[in-house]
Design a binder for this molecule. Structure first.
Ligand code: CO8
Length: 275
């Protein structure tokens, strides 16, 4: 297993497995950790012998989104913190690239979802082909951009309505409401759930790995990959359009300065999301 301790990578039985490993922060990711995640997904794309790529996690959350307590953000001087240069590099370039890396992945992209998912990570989750959840009663999606002075990220302005329908997408994005695991299951986002029968995230991850392997083991690889390309072509126009429009609007929000204040308030525990 090769690793930066925070995000891990391994290949097992024709499957690349990427693990978010920051349970104490509920797998909230800072800029470098999102970059590492993207690099690992790129690496998985180039693996010669794999059919699937699983994104899995540790602890009680799948991912709490961007790390609002990122020290680097707090140490930056005010002029930089409101500059085009900073946000073009740290936000626009990163989000466009990461969203494309997920959208363009050639293998079956699977999310093994041990718990709730928030923010940019929700956008990435919605770009996965298959979603397996341990316990739908403990799972929710939260796209809290309207509460943070931001706009949709990770092409979620397209994927939310494609995967949840317009009404739930509106609740998620316009009202920053969490979408429950039961709702996500009812609308078909979740392929399978396990009624919370696994007491540890590791046991759950192991079962998803086994289920995926059993499902693709005897199929013809090239047909899988070509079918993925065919399916993907149907959504590409939406995803690519959303990706570029989202970052353009998002950049405007960072230059306006509201998210910087909201992130600081979250870090000081002055505000909380409504769950
Ligand atoms: N960043 C950093 N630390 C976090 C985060 C986060 N996003 N979320 C949770 N944590 C930490 C908490 O600070 C806490 O640490 P400590 O134990 O040291 O106090 C620990 O994880 C456990 O969290 P809670 O005690 O708060 O656990 P609860 O179960 O009570 O609440 C919640 C869980 C509801 C998830 C709550 O922690 C929360 O609201 N977190 C914030 C989620 C959020 O807003 N994420 C950002 C979304 S926006 C986004 O992803 C795109 C932004 C693009 C930014 C680009 C920047 C460069």
């Amino acid at each position: 297993m090769s690793e930066s301790a925070d995000v891990l990578y391994e290949v097992r039985d024709r499957t690349a497995i990427i693990t978010l490993n920051i349970p104490k922060r509920l797998n909230a990711l800072n800029g470098e950790q999102y970059l590492q995640l993207g690099k690992f997904v790129e690496r998985a794309n180039e693996e010669e012998d794999t059919v699937a790529t699983i994104i899995q996690s540790t602890g009680r959350f799948f991912s709490a989104g961007a790390n609002f307590a990122d020290k680097k953000l707090q140490e930056i001087d005010a002029e930089t913190l409101f500059s085009h240069e900073y946000w073009l590099e740290r936000f626009v370039a990163r989000n466009v690239w990461l969203t494309n890396v997920f959208n363009n992945h050639k293998k079956i992209l699977v999310a093994a979802v041990n718990g709730p998912c928030i923010g940019l990570s929700t956008g990435l989750l919605l770009l996965c082909d298959l979603v397996y959840v341990n316990d739908i009663n403990k799972f929710y999606l939260l796209a809290p951009f309207a509460n943070l002075g931001l706009v949709a990220e990770g092409a979620s302005s397209a994927t939310l309505f494609m995967r949840l329908g317009w009404s739930k997408a509106s609740e998620a994005l316009l009202l920053a409401k969490p979408i429950s695991g039961q709702d996500c299951y009812n609308v078909g986002l979740i392929n399978k759930h396990y009624e919370g029968k696994f007491k540890t995230t590791e046991e759950f991850n192991q079962q998803v790995f086994k289920d995926i392997y059993d499902a693709f083991e005897n199929l013809h690889e090239d047909s899988i990959f070509q079918n993925k390309q065919l399916l993907k072509q149907q959504r590409d126009v939406y995803i690519n359009n959303a990706n570029s429009n989202e970052v353009q609007r998002g950049l405007g929000k960072w230059l306006e300065g509201v998210p910087q204040t909201r992130f600081a308030q979250l870090a000081m525990k002055e505000v909380k999301h409504k769950l």
